[in-house]
Design a binder for this molecule. Structure first.
Ligand SMILES: *Cc1c(COP(=O)(O)O)cnc(C)c1O
Length: 394
């Protein structure tokens, strides 16, 4: 039997979604394909809470989604504003620079969130509106830090600034509160293998009407990722090339599943699981990379190990001895943290098993952690917050 994974993506796949992806060959020029594509697009729109965003599904990943966002809306030399507060925001900045954009960077201590006040100051000072887009990583998967996107929107509005707001929601959409319309997001980016619990392979992007308008004047080079080609085909329920039909079938079912559970319930479920994992870290006497409680992500917990200890040894041992995958520290947190991904279908039972494996690894490696201490702390959270089980539709 295969153990569950505790990496922050790809996440565990529920059996019914594995089956949903496994479809016989389907002619993508048939009416049957349109009957899958349209509900998948509508489902994503509901999950991100938007009334009129245009959703596009590309054969790619979240990283490709970043490229779709910038190449469709920006031109060479355009200035963009971005904060670097972890490995994913760093990579997005790198991708922009490689595309010839002029990135104004706000350096933030890893473990902190996006500094809305500093965004506000830069935007207010940019009186001739040279900044064309503001980049924001909603949930920094490297540090387990969630940021306040509404506050970034507020910074733009307070400055009367017309820049587009481009948001990386790869490790938050479908698992944590995400409000495309309320937060005035212009482009949201995610992938199939995180909150949607599917195999990797789809970049899922949503464009606001304002972002759609920007695609007409953008001059960065784009071809495969041109959303105008995609949009024209979607009108007829078609694709400009061969679509990843199985993944799109899966996405339709994943959206149905999340919406049937109710987004508020999905988010509460993630919070509850995260609370247990955090309680375990506290019992081990290990601080989180997130520097204050309101920054703690509901989908990923990055846990710091004692100075002088290589946190990656825990991850290596878990893989080699206990056949269980956890996330390592990335970039400047390499060796300092290990990461527990608890997004997707994670249950209390699954989370407890992951915590138990971590304790075995820590004990094996000589860390002064008492077996069962973190598990007991999480059990205490789970038993006091357990709700009657609702039978899930098969
Ligand atoms: C996983 C992740 C990405 C990269 O997505 P890929 O699908 O691996 O390309 C980007 N941003 C965040 C926040 C992520 O968690």
């Amino acid at each position: 039997m295969q153990n569950p994974v505790f990496i922050p993506g790809p996440t565990n796949m529920p059996e019914f979604l594995r089956k949903a992806v496994d479809v016989p060959t389907l002619d993508h020029r048939s009416a049957a394909f349109a009957e899958v594509l349209k509900p998948a697009l509508a489902g994503v729109r509901q999950v991100i809470r938007s009334a009129d965003a245009e959703v596009f599904l590309f054969p790619s990943t979240g990283t490709g989604g970043w490229e779709i966002a910038i190449t469709n809306t920006l031109s060479p030399g355009d200035r963009v504003l971005a904060a670097r507060h972890g490995m994913f925001s760093h990579r997005w900045i790198d991708l922009c620079e490689r595309h010839g954009l002029d990135v104004e960077k706000i350096e933030v201590t890893w473990g902190n969130g996006l500094p809305a006040d500093r965004y506000a100051a830069v935007l207010a000072a940019d009186r001739d509106h040279r900044i064309k887009a503001v980049l924001a990583t909603h949930n920094e998967t490297a540090t387990g830090v969630v940021s306040d996107i509404a506050a970034i929107r507020h910074a733009l509005d307070a400055a009367g600034h017309p820049a587009l707001l481009l948001v990386d929601g790869v490790s938050s959409i479908g698992s944590m509160d995400f409000r495309f319309d309320d937060w005035g997001v212009d482009i949201a980016v995610t992938g199939s293998q995180k909150g949607f619990m599917l195999p990797p392979g789809l970049a899922i992007v949503a464009f606001s009407p304002k972002a759609m308008a920007a695609t007409e004047t953008a001059r960065l080079s784009r071809c495969f990722f041109d959303i105008r080609d995609m949009g024209r085909s979607y009108y007829f329920g078609l694709y400009p090339y061969t679509p990843p039909v199985g993944l799109i079938c899966g996405l339709k079912e994943a959206c149905n599943f999340l919406l049937a559970e109710g987004l508020e319930n999905v988010f509460a479920r993630h919070t509850r699981i995260a609370d247990g994992v955090r309680a375990a870290a506290a019992a081990w006497g290990m601080p989180l990379a997130a520097l204050s409680p309101e920054l703690q992500s509901q989908t990923i917990t990055a846990i710091r190990t004692p100075a002088g200890f290589n946190a990656t040894d825990i991850v290596t041992r878990a893989a080699q001895v206990y056949d269980t995958a956890f996330g390592t520290g990335l970039g400047e947190l390499a060796g300092k943290v290990f990461r527990f991904g608890h997004l997707g279908v994670m249950s209390d039972l699954t989370a407890l098993s992951g915590l138990a494996v971590l304790e075995m690894c820590m004990a094996d490696l000589g860390l002064p952690v008492r077996l069962g201490s973190g598990v007991a702390a999480a059990q205490q959270v789970y038993r006091t917050t357990a709700a009657p089980v609702l039978k899930q539709a098969a």
